[in-house]
Design a protein around this ligand. Sequence first.
Ligand SMILES: [Zn+2]
Length: 129
Amino acid sequence: MRSNLQKKLVKAMTVNHHDYSRLVGKLEARRVNVLKYQGDTTVDFRALKKGVFCTACGERLVRVNRNLFRCGICDETMPILEVAQRLIEEMKILNRSWTLNPVSIQKFSGGQISDFYIRKYVKGGILKY
Ligand SMILES: [Zn+2]
């Protein structure tokens, strides 16, 4: 997932002395949301670590106000709408058979984004499944 890429890279690259600072950008440029040979994960939805994470460093994001999340580590702020849409894309990538609705998205966000909020913006056509 995009949101835990940075953490994975730091772990994977600890004994690697090559410069990988440009790798995230390169992967990002080649990212596709639907893959032809994609398999659904066998991970149980209930067993997943839920929450919203920083795309820059992988840390858990903290809700600042009704519109923004902030990362406590790199001070990056992210609009809640953007985070919500990313959660939807991540759920679709993980398993296309999972039910996408305001309640399941609220659960996947670790309770950080309310189902009321999701419902409102899906209805308004701003968030899309
Ligand atoms: Zn961060």
